[in-house]
Design a protein around this ligand. Structure first.
Ligand code: AMP
Ligand code: GLY
Length: 421
């Protein structure tokens, strides 16, 4: 089979390396891919949002399956477009991807179908939002832009002034553009966070092994929110008991709710959960694999990923038994100096072999470029160094010892992955 993976980050690199293990796969393309991905797939110079060109490329090159990994093209209807053109595609259609692309949609869905989540109200008027926040007078309060905002449209305001500034930034200054036309103001929840990705064809739902992201830029969960600075799998807070509650109160009701709304979700559905004192609640849904969750989850997958993808597309996931390796995995993200704010690009990375790898760990490339025999930084998150072990400590030790051999000017990474709540 020939498979085209749309996207260019560490997540896509992890998907591609897993696909490479399949005896069914003869050729992998990435659009547009990155420096490290170019060692595992043929990168084609087509942007991840260009559905016309991607469809034309898939037709010309007799691609069997297009795997659409990022949120934007899913929300924009890339899977709809491919399917209408007779190409098999993995990922939800736009009318289901809205579960991620509109927080107003997902919050209202949860309310309507009694799926546990933080209490909230939606506003399109900044004055009304502030009136509500002042009347509640309960801090911290969480303020979220409605639409996609690269994981940065969520502000946790500690007091009235911070809330005022957040509402202004999102709704008046339009820091996240049109995403800020509506805001969700919600109750601040506490408890450990768990990420659970699940394969679903809209009928069956098969949760993958759990993971934990570390979203803040610096150690001890300090600094700004990022796309994710590191992950571990499994998540120690996701016990069998919690998993059972999640399945009954969150996972299955969500699939049923989407079907009732005529928005059947097929693909990978990501549940961002918080294990609160009142039980597990949904913080957010994503309509895709998480990044960097994928980097610790997929290495533990034993079943052929191609078989799963085909079962999802053909709506026969219930027939498939999905097996996992019992090991633990850890991923440490090395980011550019300054990330998640402004950062430089084009800095040489040392410590990688000619394939962009190093011994004892797998290096998933997130933002790199390969030029004149060298790997250069080309994004905020640059590399995700991942290792597995019999225990989490062993996985962490292997990942960190590989991190120490790799360097580039300004690089920063967290030293406490797997050690925080
Ligand atoms: P989101 O983009 O919705 O996942 O939010 C980003 C991060 O903000 C989450 O991973 C949480 O750490 C935090 N967060 C979001 N909503 C809440 C909430 N209601 N209570 C506490 N923390 C939250
Ligand atoms: N790591 C969180 C996300 O992919 O949105």
């Amino acid at each position: 089979m020939k498979i085209l993976v749309v996207g260019s980050g560490g997540r896509e690199h992890a998907i591609i390396r897993k696909l490479k293990e399949s005896p069914k796969v003869e050729k992998i393309y990435a659009a547009p891919g990155n420096g490290g991905i170019s060692k595992d797939a043929e990168c084609v110079d087509i942007g991840a949002m260009d559905k016309e060109k991607i469809t034309a490329f898939a037709k010309e090159n007799e691609v069997d399956i297009v795997f659409v990994a990022p949120d934007d093209p899913l929300a924009d209807g890339m899977v709809d477009f491919l399917t209408e053109n007779g190409i098999r595609a993995f990922g939800p259609k736009a009318n289901a991807a809205i579960i991620e692309s509109s927080k107003v949609f997902s919050k209202n869905l949860m309310k309507k179908y009694n799926i546990p989540t933080a209490e909230y109200e939606v506003f399109d008027d900044p004055a009304k939002a502030m009136e509500y926040i002042e009347a509640k007078n309960k801090y911290p309060v969480v303020i979220k832009a409605d639409g996609l905002a690269l994981g940065k449209g969520v502000i946790i305001a500690k007091d009235h002034d911070e809330a005022r500034a957040a509402v202004k930034e999102i709704m008046e200054d339009k820091k996240f553009g049109e995403s800020g036309n509506h805001v969700v103001v919600e109750e601040f929840l506490t408890g450990p966070e768990v990420s659970v990705l699940a394969f679903t064809d809209g009928i069956a739902l098969k949760p993958m092994v759990s993971s934990k992201d570390h979203k803040r830029a610096y150690d001890n969960d300090e600094g700004l929110n990022t796309g994710g600075m590191g992950t571990i799998s499994p998540n120690p807070y996701y016990t069998h008991k919690v998993a059972e509650i999640c399945r009954k109160t969150i996972f299955e009701p969500t699939i049923a709710a989407m079907n009732s709304e005529n928005r059947t979700f097929k693909g990978c559905l990501y549940f961002g959960l918080m294990i609160t004192p009142d039980g597990p609640k949904v913080i957010e849904y994503n309509a895709r694999f998480g990044d960097p969750e994928t980097q610790v989850v997929l290495p533990r997958l034993k079943t052929d990923l191609v078989d799963i993808i085909e079962a999802v597309i053909d709506s026969r996931l219930s027939e498939l038994d999905i097996e996992w390796i019992n090991d633990a995995t850890a991923c440490v993200v090395m980011a550019s100096g300054g990330y998640p704010l402004a950062y430089k690009k084009g800095i040489e990375i040392t410590g990688l072999d000619e394939n962009g790898q190093t011994e004892g760990a797998v290096v998933y490339h997130a933002g790199t470029k390969y030029q004149d025999g060298k790997f250069l930084t080309n994004g905020g998150r640059v590399l995700g160094i991942t290792a597995g072990g019999k225990t989490l400590d062993e996985a962490l030790e292997k990942a960190y010892s590989a991190v120490e051999r790799i360097s580039f000017e300004g690089a920063h990474y967290r030293r406490d992955i797997g050690k925080t709540k």
